[in-house]
Ligand binder design. Sequence first.
Ligand code: FAD
Length: 435
Amino acid sequence: MFRKDSRIAIIGAGITGLTLAYELCRRGLKVELFEAGSVVGGELAVVKVGGEPLERYYHHLFRGDNEIIGLLKELGMSSKLEWGKPSMGFFSDGILYPFSNPVDLVRFGAISISERLRMGLATKRLQRISDYREFEDVKAAEYLPGLVGNEAFEIVWKPLLRAKFGDHWRDISMAWFWGRVHVRFKSRDRLGFREKLAYIRGSFRQITLALEQYVRERGVLVHLSSQVERISVEQNHIKGIRVRGQDLKFDTVIGTVGLPILRGLLGSHTISQDYGAIAYRGALVLLMSLRESVSPYYWTNVGDVDLPFAGLIDHSGFIDASRYGGRHPMYVSNYLDPSHRYFDMTSDELLDEYEPHIKNVFPKFDRSLIEEIWVSADKVAQPVIKAGYQRRIPPYRSTLKGLFVCNTSQIYPEDRGTNYNVRIARECVQEILNS
Ligand SMILES: Cc1cc2nc3c(=O)[nH]c(=O)nc-3n(C[C@H](O)[C@H](O)[C@H](O)COP(=O)(O)OP(=O)(O)OC[C@H]3O[C@@H](n4cnc5c(N)ncnc54)[C@H](O)[C@@H]3O)c2cc1C
């Protein structure tokens, strides 16, 4: 049985690390959190737009996100959830189409009418398949053309796979695709017409702040600006961590950081040869505070592979601009190889690259509309979920005694998201208690 007086260190105070600390301290265990940044939250970091906090990376929740919705309830924050049915668009071959509901699909002129109907029926069929396991060793790029038709695949699904996974698009697991379709369909309203999404009033940072307060009040030490430099291992046992040149003793260490970071912390000690087989895509997001809205939609997916970004998200298409003092925050979203040259660019240089293409999608866009601009990057944001991924998922309990892994690479088959970070944190705590 796990000893109650064990000393536990958690590396990383994003939503995963904070939920782990929350679940462990509720059970009376001694926990310390180590966070490299000066505040908690990780990818849920915010800036201020018109005095209101706003995520650096766009965020919303789906209707079936029961883990995080349950956590909000436990923290007394359910009333902060704001539900809406924001609209979606799709940009293909120079034309911006509405893409929110079945009527939009029937009118979607980028593909022939027979393929539109086939695509609609095929997604319904996929929705009815309740067990993703039959897709685990199947590649989406090989399965989808037969299901939705070649034209629909080439024009809609292939560009979306490429936007998210770049050159890996051919190998992506059909189970991941199934997960994505299921989450989105479960989020539709009763008639299956419009997707219902939620935002957290005051930003997603509210949840990380509430968790931080909760754990601090129960004795958890939260060390900010405390980058862990090494995990100390002796004869296959965890001895502790090194922080700012100091060795600190812990019996149990939980790593919530991405696998490439974790590998760096372990130096010559390996937890599994297979971890290196999981590739990551970086996220690069440009956020602009605009004087007026340029987009008719909340979310616009970009289907033209020549455009240098994956999507455009007008936050004011979901949450009214009055919340942000009349500003219209717009995100330019990109998933890239971690070595991509864009990661070395300033916001102005990035905008030089993006501007003509944003104008292409939204002709009203003009640089003079920008009041403020922020660029945010995370090179280990998105694990690449290839067919057969189920065999590569790192277990919570590693092969080194006392080391647990709890990070986004264990989210499967769903697309990574805060709901599943809460789920893996809870599962990992169970694993620790049983160890
Ligand atoms: C562009 C984008 C859009 C997204 N949209 C959504 C959405 O709409 N809905 C949704 O639910 N989810 C969304 N997500 C996913 C969600 O943000 C993540 O799944 C979640 O925030 C990950 O939390 P985490 O704690 O696992 O990791 P992180 O938030 O990355 O936290 C890890 C922490 O570890 C710290 N750290 C790193 N190295 C060290 C070290 N050596 N020592 C100490 N600390 C260290 C980092 O500073 C960081 O704070 C989005 C993510 C991105 C990038």
